[in-house]
Structure formats: C-alpha cells, structure tokens
Design a protein around this ligand. Structure first.
Ligand code: PNS
Length: 159
C-alpha cells in the first residue's frame, strides 16, 4: 500500500490544494493531508481550524475516500518516517514554486529518506494562493471561485 503525505500550511485550503490532493490520490493508495506550521508565515486560522476546514472541504467535494487529514505539530520529516511514507507530494504552480520547494525537498530527504514528488496543478488555478485569497476576503471580495464552499464561509466569518 503506497502512502503519500501532502503537507502544507493550508491557511486556508484552496481549490489549488484540492487539485493537488486529488492528483496525489490518483497516484497513491493512501493520502495524508498534513497540516503543518510554516514558521515563515503568520496564520489566520489555527491548526485545528485549518484541519477541520480541509476535512469539510474534502467531505463536501466527495473526495475524502482514502484521504485523511492530520495535524503535524513538529517536524514533517519525523511524521513521514512515523507514517512509513513513500513520498511527499507537493504541487507546483510555476517556476517560482520550484525555487521555494527545492530546499525543503532536499532537507526532508536528508532528514527522512523520503523523496518529494512534484505535480503540476491545473493551470486554470495557478494564480490561486492562500495569501491572496485571504487578502481578497479581508477587503470584502468574493472568494467563491478560489476556495471550497466551507472555506469561503469561514473566510466570510473571519473578515
Ligand atoms: O504550504 P506551505 O506553507 O508551503 O507548507 C510548508 C510546510 C508547512 C509544509 C513546511 O513549512 C513544513 O514542513 N513545516 C513543518 C516543520 C518542518 O518540518 N520544517 C522543516 C521543513 S524542511
């Protein structure tokens, strides 16, 4: 049984994330969406809320089969080893993402022995980033084209 970890801060989960998670789920038997802390980013939602929103979004879209959501409070590499992961799966929207992801992938491989597999997301979603979506929501804009309905509701309540 192949196991993939889809890590991210998911603050909040977007349609771009969902696209990558679905692609991972087509390639691996079991997918664990790992909600982790990116120390370079400040968070709008706490880890519990981010994980709950990811679960709600997967349930709403009927995608929860063989996909679970877990909070990773510490090092991703430790979690990968504990889970016996075969791969970490990350989505790339373009070259800038690869630039940012390369060091993390090499670090995770050295710490855990687990390789990162990069998948190209749907180009129609390549402009979607959690940070931009939060900014649009904060200024009263409509985010329903960028995030699952559960997340749009949560952003509406938070702004
Ligand atoms: O969605 P993001 O913010 O690009 O995801 C980055 C994330 C959360 C996966 C990364 O910061 C992470 O793995 N955090 C957990 C702590 C850790 O393992 N840090 C070392 C990363 S090489």
């Amino acid at each position: 049984m192949s196991v993939a970890i889809c890590p991210g801060s998911f603050d909040p989960l977007t349609l771009g994330h969902l696209d990558v998670i679905r692609r991972a789920s087509a390639l691996f038997n079991r997918v664990i969406v790992a909600v982790a802390q990116n120390s370079a980013k400040s968070q709008l939602f706490d880890a519990e809320r981010r994980a709950d929103l990811a679960r709600e979004a997967l349930a709403e879209s009927g995608d929860q089969h063989s996909i679970e959501v877990t909070i990773v409070p510490g090092l991703l590499a430790d979690f990968c080893r504990e889970q016996g992961a075969d791969a970490i799966v990350k989505g790339l929207r373009g070259p800038a993402d690869l630039y940012a992801e390369q060091a993390m992938a090499l670090m995770n491989r050295q710490l855990s022995g687990v390789d990162t597999v990069f998948v190209l997301g749907d180009p129609a979603l390549s402009h979607i980033a959690s940070s931009l979506v939060k900014d649009v929501a904060r200024h009263g804009g409509d985010v329903t084209a960028f995030v699952p309905p559960a997340v749009a509701r949560a952003l509406g309540e938070a702004s």
